[in-house]
Design a protein around this ligand. Structure first.
Ligand code: HEM
Length: 449
């Protein structure tokens, strides 16, 4: 632990940041587990922009000023690496995929995968998104009660599966969804903090889910290699992807990236859509304004080109991501001591950048707790850039950020003219797991607008 006056690697003198006193060995883990969002909110309120939060066995810090966020993710990103704490837990599922890998291997994989997310590819994926959303609109029936998150998960997974494999996988799609649900239980509540080798029910389910997912994805890669078909889908792009030395990926490398894309891509976007529906359902004026804009589409799904005219639809998505960022915090680990506002964060101690706090900070947002999509229609030139970072920032910003925003807009623009989702509960109860998730099913009645 740093003493009261320690020069960092650049000679800046820093003290230990203030924060709540913790218990030996577990720090503030007990407080965090009881009410995670309340705990980080109280920390920011009581201790300011740099807080020694100390959750779990390792000391840790939370930084809530947009300038600090920018330093960690962008301008001084070379002084940080992905936090081992998070990576170690994700590695069993994601292997060495892009979310987990680091250093030279990460850089080469990122170069190889970038072409799969170019604007011309996104236009093709937007067609799939529109087609899948229109199919969902057909399936819903007036008066039925749906679990919004489950419906959105089914939709986003089917979009991703078709974008990745270029085809409908039939029953395999439901198996992939089931395998993910089994694996994700490992990251919920106290399970997240228990070692993976303990034979707990959550760990055993995780293993079964992971193995099934491995089998399915490996078989799909093998059959594609065998047919050597060069198709217009994401998997083909990954199979022919080369780094700057002209080297391609191993089958294991492709497997890890496919599982990473499936995991990083479907749950996050499904949650963003769940929250957007909830906000529209509880703000009828905004829903009416959205539908008015969507009249121009004449009941057809929008193309990628249409989206630039749908400003309010874009604003609804941005505002939903501000209030309920599916990635509620981004973590890093300094590789050397780094000083923020005179407080030192020692090398190796994780720092958390909580979107949940920064996106609702009254210093940068008027009426921060309210859903006001129109705030996105006139730019606020005084707001610091990193007061909003739902997709992270810097070299490791979300590879799928365009895919996700296009998908959220296309899904809302296709479904909202046809259906209104009337929420059964006016409040959301949330828990930050890896993503920010509802603790109870978010149910709604399907109504005609
Ligand atoms: C609303 C939906 C989404 C949100 C909020 C989101 C958020 C994020 C954030 C914050 C990061 C950076 C993490 C960090 O810096 O540690 C990230 C990384 C990543 N995301 Fe997303 N994401 C979303 C959708 C997607 C989609 C649709 C895909 C792919 C189809 C995707 C693929 C990735 C990948 C591969 C990375 C790792 C990038 C790297 O480290 O080079 N994400 N995402």
């Amino acid at each position: 632990m740093a003493s009261d006056a320690t020069p960092d690697a650049r000679g800046e003198i820093g003290r230990r940041a203030p924060g709540p006193d913790g218990l030996p060995a577990v720090g503030n883990l007990h407080r965090y587990l009881r009410d995670p969002l309340g705990f980080v909110e109280r920390c920011a309120e009581e201790y300011g922009d740099v807080v020694a939060t100390n959750v779990g066995t390792a000391d840790s810090h939370m930084l809530v000023h947009p300038e600090h966020v920018e330093r960690v993710l962008v301008t001084e990103d070379h002084r940080f690496r992905k936090a081992e704490l998070g990576q170690g837990r994700l590695e069993p599922l994601f292997g060495n995929g892009l979310v987990v890998s680091d250093g030279e291997y990460w850089r080469r994989q990122r170069t190889r995968m970038q072409p799969a997310f170019r604007p011309d590819r996104i236009a093709t994926y937007a067609e799939i998104m529109g087609e899948r959303a229109a199919a969902t609109a057909e399936e819903w029936e007036r008066g039925e009660t749906i679990d919004v998150t489950e419906e959105m998960r089914r939709l986003t997974l089917s979009v991703l599966v078709r974008s990745l494999f270029g085809t409908d996988l039939g029953a395999l799609e439901a198996e992939i969804r089931e395998a993910f649900t089994m694996a994700m239980g490992r990251f919920e509540g106290a399970n997240m903090w228990l070692p993976g080798w303990l034979p707990t029910p959550a760990n055993r389910r995780f293993e079964r889910g992971r193995e099934r997912l491995d089998e399915i994805v490996s078989a799909l890669i093998e059959s594609r290699r065998e047919t050597a078909a060069d198709r217009d889908d994401l998997l083909s792009t990954l199979l022919v992807a080369e780094d700057e030395r002209g080297e391609g990926m191993s089958d294991e490398g492709v497997r890890d990236e496919v599982v990473t894309l499936l995991a990083a891509g479907h749950d996050t976007t499904a949650l963003a859509l769940t929250y957007a529906w909830h906000l529209l359902g509880t703000n009828p004026d905004a829903a009416a304004r959205l539908r008015e804009e969507l009249d121009a589409l004449d009941g057809e799904p929008p193309t990628l080109a249409d989206l630039s005219d749908l400003e309010y639809t874009g604003a609804v998505v941005s505002e939903a991501l501000r209030l309920y960022p599916p990635t509620h915090a981004t973590a890093r680990e300094p590789t050397e001591d780094v000083t923020f506002d005179g407080y030192v964060v020692p090398a190796g101690e994780p720092v958390f950048l909580p979107q949940w706090i920064v996106h609702r900070d009254g210093r940068w947002w008027d009426d921060p707790e309210s859903f006001r999509p129109e705030r996105w229609l006139d730019d606020d030139p005084d707001r610091p850039e990193y007061a909003y970072f739902p997709f992270g920032g810097g070299p490791r910003h979300c590879l799928g950020h365009r895919f996700a925003t296009v998908e959220a807009q296309v899904v809302l623009a296709t479904l909202a003219p046809r259906w209104d989702l009337e929420p059964l509960a006016s409040e959301l109860s949330l828990r930050p797991v890896i993503t920010l998730r509802p603790t109870e099913p978010v149910e709604a009645i399907v109504c005609e607008p």
